[in-house]
Design a protein around this ligand. Structure first.
Ligand code: AMP
Length: 186
């Protein structure tokens, strides 16, 4: 299966993504993880990206799209993948559509994890990652609302969007995700 996993920062995408890739044998493509690895390795891309990441802003589309294009060409992606944290803008979604159209490998589903914004701030503030100062958290939530939320309508119009409630235990949320994916994979 080829899946886009979408949801605001703090929704619990990472935790669910780990379980989903294990259950459905997909590659896990997290652009956040890729950027953090590049930053830690002090590559040029990593250093460019760091300025945006540490401000809670989105890294420019050209950088992200180039990273994903390269990653999608790797052999482990041929059996399916979960895109986690990508696309985050309409421009990224359009670039993805074009790449997938060329490969004739359309997306199967866009899975949205829904969590109310009040809850997100609490969770992010409690997580204590080095880049999670209150100001940066606020900025990341603004970036989601303004740049990423429009994707929900984009994918809704393409009949790909399936939304699940992101409140509850990890097991409860995982069961909701499975119900959606089992239906799609038949
Ligand atoms: P994440 O771990 O997915 O929350 O990503 C951490 C940070 O990496 C984000 O706050 C952005 O600065 C950057 N980032 C990750 N994925 C993307 C993307 N698809 N587009 C732009 N920036 C991204």
């Amino acid at each position: 299966m080829r899946i886009v996993f979408i949801g605001p920062p703090g929704a619990g995408k990472g935790t669910q993504a780990e379980r989903l890739i294990e259950t459905y044998q997909m590659a896990h493509l997290s652009t956040g993880d890729m950027l953090r690895a590049a930053r830690d390795a002090k590559t040029e891309v990593g250093q460019q990206a760091d300025r945006y990441m540490s401000a809670g802003e989105l890294v420019p589309d050209e950088i992200i799209v180039a990273i994903i294009a390269e990653r999608l060409a790797e052999p482990d992606c041929q059996q399916g993948y979960l895109l986690d944290g990508f696309p985050r803008t309409i421009a990224q979604a359009e670039a993805l559509d074009q790449m997938l159209a060329e490969k004739e490998t359309p997306l199967d589903v866009v899975l949205e994890l829904q969590v109310p914004e009040e809850e997100l701030f609490q969770r992010l503030a409690g997580r204590g990652r080095a880049d999670d100062t209150p100001e940066v958290i606020r900025q990341r939530l603004v970036a989601y609302r303004e740049q990423t939320e429009p994707l929900l309508q984009y994918y809704q119009q393409r009949n790909l969007l399936q939304s699940i409630d992101g409140l509850g235990t990890v097991d409860e949320i995982f069961a909701r995700a499975r119900a959606v994916l089992d239906k799609i994979s038949g």
